[in-house]
Ligand binder design. Structure first.
Ligand code: C2E
Ligand code: CA
Ligand code: CA
Ligand code: CA
Length: 279
């Protein structure tokens, strides 16, 4: 048996490179994490640029790894996309976000919008709509309090199918936001053909404000276009008061960013909502 074990190890090191092996270990860990519910959602407030009060939050998933601590999504979402666990993870995120939104409502806190990120592979899954409506129904969440965030490239990959999916989502009463807007190298025609409600200006443009003249021109153009198309605009990655003021002046509707709040645990958000003061 010992002999066989050694052969097995040789087989592995010969045929799989270190990277693939690492990926396999990580996949296994992610599988266990799902079974053991090692995930947690943090929530980043989105504020109205007239009142600076919280009008919504974006749910951002973290992995509470028993040894490594809080692992950011950039490391495990792409992995979950590759190994197919994204469907299950995405479902957990929907369920937890809805559960939390209802819990805040039941605590008598001011109602707010809950935005959930949907990944590319999850968006392409046939049962997305069924699952979404099931989670809404079983949680008692108001569909109109829920948003999904998708990216331009997700719509461009298979535009006909994307349009049908988004129409079904919109029919449920769930609003749709285009995330990381302006980074997708895509045609803008989908903006009139698809049921879209919000554009989220990517952080890479906001970051350049106010000095970078190109960034300034791009953000202005996005806000102007959104107004004409009757879409709302959310700026992401706002880190300074100067950026906040400039965006408000441009007519941007809402903003998110470290200047107002980093993503926080549910209990901290509840506290902010209770205080209900401008950020
Ligand atoms: P995103 O959807 O663009 O989310 C915004 C990211 O920017 C978050 O990183 C947030 O913490 C960060 N951020 C917010 N404000 C600021 C700021 O002022 N300055 C800077 N430097 N960063 C800021 P996070 O939480 O690490 O998430 C990274 C990405 O992972 C997200 O980008 C999203 O694409 C993905 N993601 C997060 N949660 C989920 C999820 O539940 N499902 C899916 N499919 N993807 C998720
Ligand atoms: Ca997002
Ligand atoms: Ca974004
Ligand atoms: Ca972004």
């Amino acid at each position: 048996a010992k002999e066989k074990g050694r052969n097995c190890i040789q087989f592995f090191s010969a045929d799989m490179n270190a990277r693939a092996y690492e990926e396999l270990l990580m996949s296994k860990a992610l599988r266990d994490a799902l079974d053991q519910e090692q995930f947690v959602l943090h929530y980043q407030p989105s504020v109205c640029l007239d009142t600076f009060k919280i009008v919504g939050v974006e749910a951002l998933v973290r992995w509470e790894h028993p040894e490594q601590g809080l692992v950011p999504p950039s490391t495990f979402i792409p992995l979950a996309e590759r190994n197919g666990l994204i469907g299950e993870l995405g479902r957990w995120v929907f369920r937890e976000a809805c559960r939390q939104a209802v819990a805040w409502r039941d605590q008598g806190l001011p109602s707010l919008r809950m935005a959930v990120n949907v990944s590319a592979r999850q968006f392409g899954q046939r049962h997305l709509i069924t699952e979404l409506s099931r989670e809404i129904d079983s949680s008692g969440m108001l569909a109109s309090d829920l948003h999904i965030e998708i990216t331009e490239s997700m719509m461009m990959e298979n535009p006909d199918r994307a349009r049908r999916t988004l129409e079904a989502v919109a029919r449920m009463g769930v609003d749709i936001a285009v995330d990381d807007f302006g980074t997708g190298h895509s045609s803008l025609s989908y903006l009139k053909d698809f049921p879209i409600h919000y554009l989220k200006v990517d952080r890479s443009f906001v970051m350049g404000l106010p000095e970078d003249q190109d960034a300034l021109a791009i953000v202005r153009a996005i806000v102007a276009m959104a107004k004409n198309l009757k879409l709302k605009v959310i700026a992401e990655g706002v880190e300074t008061a100067r950026q906040r003021d400039l965006l408000a002046e441009m007519g941007c509707d809402e903003a998110q960013g470290y200047f107002f709040s980093r993503p926080r645990r549910a209990a901290d958000i509840a506290q902010l909502l209770k205080e209900n003061r401008p950020l």
